[in-house]
Every structure is written in C-alpha cells, then in structure tokens.
Design a protein around this ligand. Structure first.
Ligand SMILES: [Zn+2]
Length: 218
C-alpha cells in the first residue's frame, strides 16, 4: 500500500526520525498541490480557508484544478508505462538512463530534429508500425550492443515522424469519408503492399513509410 505525508495534519519530523504518513492513497481522498505536496482533501480545504484565507469559491476552483492536473498525470504515467513495457519487450528488458533522457526530450519536444512534443502513445504507435522494419534493419546492420541499437532505432523512428503524421492524417480523412469505402480499401491494400513488399513503389503514396526510410538510410 502507498502512503503519503499530509502536509497539514502530519507532524513535521526531524532528520533521522521516521516520518508520519497518514494518507492512504488507496482509501483516502487526497490532493497533490502545485508544489507536489500531499494533503487529505479535507485538510487541504482547511489549510486554504484558515491559513490562506481563501473563499469557498476560490477553494473549489483550486481543488478542481489540482484534480484535473492529477488526472492528466495519471493518464500520462499509464501511457508512459505502456510504451516502456513495449520497449523493454522489444529490446533486452533494460532501460538505460541516457535512453530515458532521450525519450523525455522527445516527449517535451526538445529532441534534436523535432519541433513539437510527441506523446508516449504516438511514440508507441510509430514503433509498432515500424517494428518489422526495425527488425530487418537490425539483422542487416548487426549493431553490436543493445544500447547502440536503441539509439539507432530511435533516430529512425523520430526521422519518420513527419511521414507518420501525413499517414495518420490521410488515414483519418479516409475514415471520415465513409462513402468512400473503395478508396479506404485501396489505401489498406497499399499499406499491406508496403508491409509485404519492401520494393513497393508508388508516386502518390504519401504514407509510404518504409520506402521513404529506405531512401533516407541507404
Ligand atoms: Zn491531513
């Protein structure tokens, strides 16, 4: 079970003393404020009212904001876990710290070569789309260690982000126009052809990920 220290009702402990943590994360209503401190929900209300002299309306707004932020944080963590689980399965189960730093940069949009944040589910989707291709590359290139492989693959994946976005936009557009079922089938056939045949060429297929990578890489 997970416990947190309530920043209002739990006593301040001195160094070396065992801190009191009375918030049970599974059963208690609690809040994490914007400084990352935890409170029982009722304690937080009391704290804002008595110490910060806020009105009930102000308190309600702050609590709503905190809970909204918390929801997003939980969602983000779940997505991250799902992505990292896939990465660990795809490689040898390790997650080197430097690789995590790179992923964090991709997530924040500060990674070299990208100019916007990429969320974890999108990263996962690109890796999954490119999985077979990455395996083939791996066999061909025979990179010695897994850390180099992870770096190399990440560069390939990020290098194809633009193509991926075009591909998704096209896919969405095709899903939206339900009347155009034939076109949808045609797109799927093209995608399948690309998946099945690395040599497949088509001038107007913007979602031709694998061929584009081939041109970039070789
Ligand atoms: Zn408390």
């Amino acid at each position: 079970m997970l416990f947190y220290k309530c920043n209002f009702c739990d006593p301040i402990t001195k160094r070396g003393e065992k801190p009191v943590k009375s918030i049970n994360a599974e059963t208690d209503e609690f809040i994490k404020d914007d400084k990352g401190k935890y409170y029982h929900l009722s304690c937080y209300k009391k704290y804002l009212k008595d110490k910060k002299k806020l009105t009930d309306i102000e308190i309600e707004k702050i609590i709503n904001d905190c809970q909204e932020k918390r929801k997003l944080e939980i969602k983000e963590n779940k997505e991250k876990d799902r992505f990292l689980q896939w990465i660990m399965n795809f490689y040898d189960g390790s997650l080197p710290a430097y690789f995590m730093t790179k992923l964090q940069k991709v997530r924040e949009g500060t990674y070299e070569g990208i100019n916007e944040p990429i969320d974890y589910l999108t990263m996962l989707d690109i890796y999954q789309h490119m999985e077979n291709y990455l395996r083939k590359l791996r066999a061909k290139k025979q990179i010695k260690n897994v850390t180099q492989q992870m770096n190399y693959d990440l560069a390939v994946v990020i290098g194809n982000y633009g193509n991926y976005k075009k591909y998704k936009a096209k896919q969405e557009q095709n899903v939206v126009s339900k009347n155009d079922i034939n076109k949808q089938i045609e797109v799927e056939e093209k995608v399948n052809a690309i998946k099945n045949n690395k040599e497949y060429k088509d001038d107007d297929s913007e979602f031709n990920l694998i061929d584009i990578i081939d041109e970039l890489m070789f």
